[in-house]
Design a protein around this ligand. Structure first.
Ligand SMILES: C[S@@+](CC[C@H](N)C(=O)[O-])C[C@H]1O[C@@H](n2cnc3c(N)ncnc32)[C@H](O)[C@@H]1O
Length: 299
């Protein structure tokens, strides 16, 4: 620090010109109740991942009990290979099976992501999170679980989930099980579900959501949207133009060929397109990452 800067700092502290030194204040108190936070950590128990799986198992109990569960699952897998997303996500019966089969793994992986400090900060305060293509509930599960890791005092998360599929009953079941098991009040976590097409240019609710969100997520949905390239590009452009300053965008995609995007005779990864957008600043980025759940519990 040079002498001018030092003297300016001293003036600010009123130490110059014989002014009395500021009284020593006692150590600032933590802005949250540490004991209460320690109690909150107990909500997910000693094995948070197993708690997440148990919550999903309870919420999807009836679906797991279906006799045709594996038959439907096989059909869904086949449609994925064909990239026939509409075939999967517009058939009501497929949605529940899809959730029960795919959400457990995703929710664990997303829990780890939402527990990172760059995202956890949105879960400690008043914030709006807009999750595109989130009807099956992985985002709801992961966000709710991560919310138990931070103080509750100022927690007021408005979670808006949008999906083209009719996931209302799936999300209702997950939400009520989450509230019962993880003790999250309506004030702490407010959930809204909208069944609509995010690529619909006539839906002006989407514009408002993009503008108001502190965090926008696209988790395993970008490559599906890019089946309709022009409409997907228009959405990204609108988002970049309207996002508020400081808002974050979270994109999680397959690191494999599912994320290939053909433009002319060239093939790109979907994320390359986002990386090329100059108005966005990268906060954290990883090309690929494995999430492994270490062991299977017998619970
Ligand atoms: C592969 S799933 C991922 C679900 C969830 N985000 C997750 O990670 O578990 C893609 C989701 O995007 C939804 N989706 C696809 N196209 C959409 C569109 N145009 N508008 C809204 N949702 C869409 C599908 O219905 C489906 O639920």
């Amino acid at each position: 620090m040079n002498t001018n800067k030092l003297s300016d700092s001293l003036k600010e502290l009123s130490l110059e010109n014989g002014a009395t030194a500021p009284k020593k204040t006692s150590k600032p108190k933590a802005a949250y109740d540490k004991i209460a936070l320690r109690e909150r950590w107990k909500i997910l128990g000693t094995d948070p991942e197993q708690s997440i799986l148990s919550m999903i198992r309870k919420a999807c109990m009836n679906t797991f009990a279906r006799k045709d569960f594996f038959k439907i699952l096989q059909m869904i897998k086949h449609s994925f290979v064909q990239r026939d997303y509409e075939g999967i996500f517009t058939e009501a019966i497929n949605l529940e099976v899809y959730t029960a089969a795919y959400v457990p793994g995703r929710a664990l992986c997303y829990f780890e992501i939402f527990c990172r400090p760059q995202l956890l900060k949105f879960l400690t305060k008043r914030s709006r999170i807009y999750c595109v293509g989130s009807g099956s509930g992985s985002e709801l599960t992961a966000i709710a679980a991560a919310m138990t890791r931070v103080p509750a005092e100022y927690q007021q998360v408005g979670l808006i989930m949008q999906d083209i599929g009719d996931y209302k009953s799936v999300l209702d079941s997950l939400e009520s099980t989450i509230r019962e098991k993880w003790l999250l009040s309506q004030e702490q976590l407010q959930c809204t579900y909208e069944q609509s097409d995010v690529l619909d240019p006539e839906n002006h609710e989407i514009d408002a959501r993009l503008q108001e969100a502190d965090l926008i997520t696209f988790m395993f949905v970008m490559n599906e949207l890019f089946v309709k390239k022009a409409a997907a590009m228009a959405l990204i452009q609108k988002m970049v133009e309207t996002m508020k300053k400081g808002a974050h965008l979270l994109v999680v995609e397959s690191a494999g060929s599912f994320s290939h995007l053909k433009v002319g005779d060239k093939t790109y990864m979907v994320y390359m397109l986002l990386d090329a957008i100059q108005d966005l600043e990268l906060v954290v980025g990883e090309d690929s990452r494995w999430y492994r759940y270490a062991m299977l519990s017998s619970e």
